[in-house]
Design a protein around this ligand. Structure first.
Ligand SMILES: NC(=O)C1=CN([C@@H]2O[C@H](COP(=O)(O)OP(=O)(O)OC[C@H]3O[C@@H](n4cnc5c(N)ncnc54)[C@H](O)[C@@H]3O)[C@@H](O)[C@H]2O)C=CC1
Ligand SMILES: O=C([O-])CC(=O)C(=O)O
Length: 338
């Protein structure tokens, strides 16, 4: 748990000076018994901002909650299944809802191949969230993120409770991977390598801006790193050989994103920047309603959406390939609800 300790050491230090209950909050995880859900819930149990961790899944959450609930941090842990209004109980009073519910890929599948199963799961969870915790912050992990975020937004809109500042498609894993892969090639410590990744979360829609790292790359390095960052998920899907996709690295990335949102919204910390697939004007002129760039978080959620900044011709070309695919994915999500 070294990485976890590092992730939360700054909060732990802060907590020693400020234990005000008003700074703490309920977090619900939907899909909590799954490959991502379990390690993510474990990491959230270590987060001192969390007062109550509500674990919801269609199966097995009583066991997961009993297990995680023995960890001696301050938060209460409850497990919920659909019976006895479990979803309502998990969502009511939630400040943050993290959603890794849905099926993962098998070799040979694209993320879009998950649409038929996951779209309705995400829509139904969004409808429940609209009813029971309309003001919460929502982190969407379920794939295909490029479509599930529009689905979640459209469902909230239908219920008249959509707040674009509080809906985040989780693309953190792309920057976690990019940092690791670039550090490997350049023989650096990943903690010193920050890579901005923009666009969406699938194949060519994932656009790393390697020109902004301050590092030099040969054309060969650019090609292979760009490909590895865009298709990093496939490496795990193939290695897992039919048993799923990234779960542990995703739990790490999801816990980092959740912590950043908590730090900004309840911890009062300023200047936190994370990438996220949000409602954005950056490519609105091209008909792209949602786009991931670095966003600055504040007490209300998304405070400022950064533009791309200066990018190379190589990256302009990548963007031009990402835009039509993104547009298609977003329209598909929107149409599913309308
Ligand atoms: N955004 C990202 O970067 C990443 C996204 N993912 C996506 O996350 C999702 C989950 O992946 P895994 O945890 O590996 O899958 P998994 O199959 O291990 O777990 C999914 C869980 O969702 C639950 N579930 C299904 N329907 C539900 C419903 N209606 N309500 C609540 N829970 C429900 C299942 O019972 C299961 O426990 C997949 O769609 C996967 O593609 C995976 C890795 C990275
Ligand atoms: O590849 C997948 O299907 C899961 C995912 O989104 C990732 O690992 O980035």
């Amino acid at each position: 748990m070294l990485a976890t300790s590092r992730l939360f050491s700054s909060i732990a230090a802060k907590r020693a000076f400020s234990t005000s209950a008003a700074n703490l909050s309920k977090v619900a995880v939907l899909g909590a018994a799954g490959g991502i859900g379990q390690p993510l819930s474990l990491l959230l149990k270590e987060n001192p901002h969390v007062t109550h961790l509500a674990l919801y899944d269609i199966v097995n959450t009583p066991g997961v909650a009993a297990d995680i609930g023995h960890i001696n941090t301050n938060s209460k842990v409850t497990g919920h299944v659909p019976e006895k209004d479990g979803l309502k109980a998990a969502l009511e009073d939630a400040h943050l809802v993290v959603i890794p519910a849905g099926v993962p890929r098998k070799p040979g599948m694209t993320r879009d191949d998950l649409f038929n199963t996951n779209a309705s799961i995400v829509r139904d969870l969004a409808a429940a969230a609209a009813k029971h915790c309309p003001n919460a912050h929502f982190l969407i992990i379920s794939n295909p993120v490029n479509s599930t975020v529009p689905i979640f937004a459209e469902t909230l809109k239908k219920a008249g409770v959509f707040n674009p500042k509080r809906l985040y498609g989780v693309t953190t894993l792309d920057v976690v991977r990019a940092s690791r892969f670039v550090a490997e090639v350049k023989n650096l410590d990943p903690k010193d390598v920050k890579v901005t990744v923009v666009g969406g979360h699938s194949g060519v829609t994932i656009v790393p801006l390697l020109s902004q790292t301050g590092l030099e790359f040969t054309k060969e390095e650019l090609d292979s790193l760009t490909h590895r960052i865009q298709f990093g998920g496939d490496e795990v899907v193939q290695a897992k050989n039919g048993t799923g996709s990234a779960t542990l690295s995703m739990a790490y990335a999801g816990a980092r994103m959740a912590n950043s949102v908590l730090e900004a919204t309840v911890g009062g910390k300023k200047g936190i920047v994370e990438p996220s697939f949000v409602k954005s004007d950056v490519f609105a002129k091209d008909g792209v309603e949602y786009f991931s760039t670095n966003i600055e978080l504040g007490p209300e959620g998304v405070e400022k959406i950064n533009k791309l900044g200066e990018i190379s011709d190589y990256e302009k070309d990548l963007i031009s390939k990402a835009i039509p695919e993104l547009k298609k994915n977003i329209v598909k999500g929107n149409n599913f609800v309308q």
